[in-house]
Design a protein around this ligand. Structure first.
Ligand SMILES: Nc1ncnc2c1ncn2[C@@H]1O[C@H](COP(=O)(O)OP(=O)(O)OP(=O)(O)O)[C@@H](O)[C@H]1O
Length: 251
């Protein structure tokens, strides 16, 4: 049996100031699943995500990625397996050209020459940014920079991609284009978002975190249609948006 892409067991964590942010979180995500991580401000979503690539280490419990336990000695491989696309692409783009930004990660792994070029070409192609390879990232639009940021993570050939608020600051067309890219990915994808229609569009499954606990885990549409759950957790759909009106769930 293959190991789940993500396996979080009994994860508890308190920040150094004593604030307990996670209380015994359990979460298993299978290979190739797309899961939305929802929850109000301060629920613990970022804290959980930062455990997935070992930026934070579990106070109690365990985190495994593709069967590999996240611990000090496994961090280089864990960070290759789990790629995080931050909300602000400028946190991820700092080289003179798009090509150099996308090459940065694999070059650090020691790839050179044709092998490195192939990685860059592949990653830029997957996000539709091949034509921009020689442009300085700061000359691109915000939506284009976000796609390049996705490429800087894909180029590491991760098993798991975490997208933090992928739809923020995108116009409707860019939002749709990014959704098409995300749906085309074969990797396991965790989407952290307050944009509930986008979660429904992208992810068949949603997990709701509140006050450091998982309070719901199920088909995204069912979660969004559960009015008491939504109210209790400060989750609000945009006015007039009806999750039941969406016929087919994403695959
Ligand atoms: N460095 C820190 N030190 C102390 N407490 C922190 C720290 N970072 C976050 N917290 C607290 O931990 C809790 C969880 O925060 P976290 O950022 O994980 O929530 P979140 O669900 O990602 O919120 P948001 O939707 O606003 O991004 C919050 O109560 C927050 O105030």
């Amino acid at each position: 049996m293959t190991a789940p892409a993500l396996d979080v067991r009994g994860l508890a964590f308190a920040y150094p100031d004593g604030h307990q942010a996670l209380f015994g979180v359990d979460l298993t995500v299978g290979a190739g699943e797309r899961v939305a991580l929802l929850g109000p401000n301060g629920a613990g979503k970022t804290t959980l995500v930062l455990h997935l690539n070992g930026v934070l280490t579990a106070g109690a419990g365990t985190v495994s990625v593709g069967g590999l336990r996240v611990e000090r000695t496994s961090l280089p491989e864990v960070r290759r397996r789990v790629g995080i696309v931050f909300q602000d692409p400028d946190d991820q783009l700092f080289m003179g050209t798009v090509r150099d930004d996308v090459a940065f990660g694999p070059a650090n792994l020691g790839l050179r020459g044709r092998e490195l070029d192939a990685r860059v070409v592949e990653a830029l192609d997957r996000v539709g940014m091949t034509a921009y390879a020689d442009r300085p990232p700061h000359h691109l639009s915000f939506g284009q920079r976000r796609r390049v940021a996705v490429a800087t993570v894909l180029t590491m050939r991760p098993q798991v991609l975490v997208l933090d608020e992928p739809s923020s600051n995108l116009d409707p067309a860019s939002r749709r284009e990014l959704a098409d890219i995300v749906r085309s990915l074969e990797e396991t994808v965790l989407v952290v978002t307050h944009d509930l229609p986008y979660a429904l569009e992208l992810c068949p499954r949603a997990v709701v975190l509140a006050d450091g606990h998982v309070v719901a885990d199920g088909p995204t549409r069912d979660v969004l249609l559960d009015e008491p759950l939504m109210r209790a957790n400060r989750l609000e759909l945009p006015f007039g948006f009806d999750p039941a009106a969406i016929d087919s769930l994403p695959r």
